[in-house]
Structures are given as C-alpha cells and as structure tokens.
Design a protein around this ligand. Sequence first.
Ligand code: NAX
Length: 328
Amino acid sequence: AKTPMRVAVTGAAGQIGYSLLFRIANGDMLGKDQPVILQLLEIDNEKAQKALKGVMMEIDDCAFPLLAGMTAHSDPMTAFKDVDVALLVGARPRGPGMERKDLLEANAQIFTVQGKALDAVASRDVKVLVVGNPANTNAYIAMKSAPNLPSKNFTAMLRLDHNRALSQVAAKLGKPVGAIEKMAVWGNHSPTMYADYRFATIDGQSVKEAINDDAWNRDTFLPTVGKRGAAIIEARGASSAASAANAAIDHVRDWVLGTGGKWTTMGIPSDGSYGIPEGVMFGFPVTTQNGEYTIVQGLEIDEFSQERINLTLKELTEEREGVAHLLA
Ligand code: NAX
C-alpha cells in the first residue's frame, strides 16, 4: 500500500471545508489508491474549534477506507507539520464597513504567519493552493514568507473561473463541457480575470469560430464569468462553496497526477512569460506532468487580450503594493 499523504486544510469548519474534506478523504483529489491524513486548522476560538470537531465526527461516520488519520489544530506550526499538500482556504472575510485596504492587511497577516509556518515545518515538496481571498495576493504573501521553499510550490486558485468559463461555452454551443479543450484564464481571481477561449476547441473545432461573436465574448461571456460569484450569492444567499471545493480538488489533482497534455489554468508565480513581471501570482494556461506545471508558450496576444491582461495585472500590482510594507 502507498504511504499516506498529509493534507492540511485551513478554514476546515467553513463552508468550502464542508464540501472539500469529504472529497479529499474519498480519494477524489489524490487518487483512489492514495491514503490521506487530514491536518485541519481553524482559528483559536471555541466556536470554530467546536464546529471543527463536529465536522470531524461526520468524517469519522463516513468510514472512509482511505483516511489514515485526522487531527484538529489551532496553530499552523502543528497543522502544517510534514504536509505534502496545503489547502489554504480560511481567510478573513470582508466585515461591515471594512475597506479593501483593511481586508488586504488582515489577510496579509494571516498568510505571513502561515507562509512562515509552512517554511518551518512542511515537506520541502509541499504543494500549496491558496483559495482564501484575495487568493492571488494571499498566495504571493505566503510564498514571500517562505524563502526556504521553492516559489513554484505556491499557487492560487483560478480553476473555478476556468470551470465557469468551460460551462458557459458548453452551454452556448449546446455541447458537453468534456468536448472542450485549451481553455485559458489569465490574471487575478477577481472580476478582472480574462477568460480566453480564442485557442479553445470543442470536438476538435475552434470555439471562437463556432461562436463567431466578439460582442458576446465582451458583453456576455466575460461579465458572466467575472461576476458569477456575485450571481451565486444573490441566488443562493451564500457564496460558492461546493463549486469552489470542486475546483480546489481539480487544481490539486491535476497538479499531482498530471493533465496528460491537456491545458488547465493555475495561478502561479510568473517566470516573465507573456510580459508578466517575474513573481507576480498570475493565472496562466498550463499543462502538468510529474507534479510540475509548465506554462503554455507561444500564444498570440491580440490587442483586446492585451488590454484585458493589462487590466488584471494592474489590479494585482496594486494589491501587491498595498501589502508591500508588511513584507519588508
Ligand atoms: P467561511 O467563512 O464559511 O469559512 C472560512 C473559515 O476559515 C471559517 O471557519 C474561519 O473560522 C476560518 N479561518 C479564518 N481565518 C483563519 C485562519 N487564520 N486560520 C484558519 N482558519 C481560519 O468561508 P468559505 O465560504 O469557506 O470561503 C473561504 C474563502 O474562500 C473566502 O476567503 C472566500 O472569499 C474564498 N473563495 C475563493 C474562491 C476562489 O475561486 N479562489 C471561490 C470561493 C470563495 O469565495
């Protein structure tokens, strides 16, 4: 039997945690033959820790054959000990009257502490996925706070945007999502992200040619994908949780197990590709193999795409400048 992999999940008693943990323990993320140990982190608060205990009771009651252990933590230094995968889901939500700047700073503090803890105690090969918003900037902060770990181990979740883009295109063309390949999403996980179907194919044919409607792309598709999170809050009375958990599972599974040559989207530290300054945590089209991702190279960036990429990059640059003083 395989050695169990240690998976840390933060914000484990939250909404996304409630959809995520059961699927990890069920083998959806790391494979149906891969035992897992869950190391769950919640804030050091009686209510949160008690809620976490409740979730763990339910996980126990699933009697997952692959679950080789499970622990509850309030300290990242113990939660992240020897972890192979860290899903950083917990974050500070925007409270009433809280400015964007306050939100960035509150989260910068959380992700500095967690980055340092990963640096100190996680496996040297740990794969980190940041889900908690602002995801790209939080991932950037964690990466910068972990100088002894390779930067490439830190990623941000753009996969929900990617999956939303797939589902919108499939619906538009009346075909299953599984028929689509080569979707890409560039930039920040925010309404400024640029979902780009110019290279996508559906049953091997060009999606752009099949849709053949630039106005639909600009006025319907991009706003729909960009504002999907808000639309779900409006409809459901709560933010996306199961779809976010599903995207996290997809992201890590593809990173660990490979895409077999197919494209996906990950928020990763730029290597300078496509003119994105090195280190910026940016959504790129990637392929993955043997636990490593590679940016899809050589894609033509037309004028419209460049404008969109510049916009989302500008937002990320501003977020980064907003927290720069905390990283000094
Ligand atoms: P919830 O508020 O339901 O749960 C968050 C949990 O994190 C809470 O239980 C809280 O106690 C815990 N927490 C807060 N700070 C923590 C810390 N420092 N250490 C450990 N635990 C901590 O939020 P939920 O709906 O689960 O969303 C979690 C995060 O995901 C939010 O920041 C949200 O904005 C973000 N999202 C990101 C998405 C993405 O695509 N990147 C999409 C979905 C989601 O909106």
